[in-house]
Design a protein around this ligand. Structure first.
Ligand code: SF4
Length: 291
């Protein structure tokens, strides 16, 4: 086996599922969690206070095979987020843009009630989080909901926020729902060097915070403005205008190029805004803008 410290935990597990027993023995019980498995082996060693050389030696000495039944039973159920008490789990179904019909809302309410959900939380990312299930109930909850997990954590494209745009809002300059759904279809859950948030607003009022996310699309009377490199968090960062006056197709083509370039050149866990500072905004723009 040739496992290196640069590989992600996920890559190691895919290469040899039996290494899950080593990770578990070392205190990593979060192998079902996308943010944990997206971490590098070196990062995981740091997080858990382990000697990286010792961890690599252990991982490389495991015979190829499957993980043990104990480790499988110990791993987080798919689509579950462990809660503060370490005993209960939240789930976040994928609901693009928070657009939901009455039948789905009724089903969510019925399942939440049946499995003693402690709280239903409307999140800032236009999601519905169901909080406080037991580990055994999580697979049954997903089955009865008939929905897929939303990308609520990990180094991937999270829920894409969009406003009502020209479909409903009297102030809108451009469509936001159609474009937001298309972005969701193309990118939701896509793995990248770091987490990625996107938003579409139908006008410059930016009700979906399109000026403070990694990729924001803002409708104007002259088309769409594409903004990049924003973020919230401990040190909030305003996004910068990459291009304006774009039609829908140019928006999609340019975002494709931004993601390709970012994926090819960014370091692990480097948010788009930090990447832009490192490579230089002008160089980045030259690399991703088409004629
Ligand atoms: S961003 Fe503009 S179009 Fe969208 S909801 Fe706000 S005011 Fe309406």
């Amino acid at each position: 086996m040739n496992i290196s410290k640069e590989m992600t935990v996920k890559e190691v597990l895919e290469l040899n599922p039996a290494t899950a027993d080593v990770f578990r023995r070392m205190g990593m019980h979060c192998l079902g969690c996308p943010s944990a498995t997206a971490e590098s082996v070196a990062g995981a060693a740091r997080t858990h206070g382990l000697d990286i050389e010792m961890l690599l030696q252990e991982l490389n000495s495991v015979d190829l095979g499957d993980m043990s039944d104990e480790t499988r039973a110990d791993a987080l159920p798919e689509g579950a987020i462990v809660q503060r008490d370490k005993q209960h789990f939240a789930i976040v179904p994928h609901i693009p843009g928070g657009l939901v019909d009455p039948a789905t809302l009724r089903r969510i309410a019925d399942v939440a009630e049946k499995y003693n959900c402690a709280a239903i939380k409307l999140t800032t990312a236009q999601r519905i989080a169901l909080v406080g299930f037991s580990k055994e109930d999580v697979p049954k909850v997903w089955e009865e909901l008939g929905m897929k997990p939303g990308a609520a954590n990990g180094n991937r494209v999270r829920n894409i926020k969009f406003c009502p745009g020209t479909a409903f809002c009297k102030r809108a300059d451009q469509d936001a729902i159609g474009l937001g759904l298309e972005l969701d279809r193309r990118y939701h859950g896509m793995e990248l060097p770091s987490q990625m948030k996107m938003a579409v607003s139908g006008c410059p009022r930016k009700c979906t915070d399109a000026g403070t996310v990694d990729i924001g699309v803002v409708g104007t009377p002259k088309g769409y403005t594409l903004m990049v490199g924003g973020s919230g968090g401990i040190k909030p960062r305003l996004a910068r205008v990459l291009a304006d006056g774009l039609d829908r197709e140019r928006v999609l083509v340019t975002i494709d190029r931004v993601l390709d370039y970012y994926r090819a050149h960014a370091e692990r866990n480097e948010r788009l805004g930090h990447f832009l500072v490192r490579v230089g905004f002008d160089a980045f723009r030259e690399a991703v803008m088409c004629e």
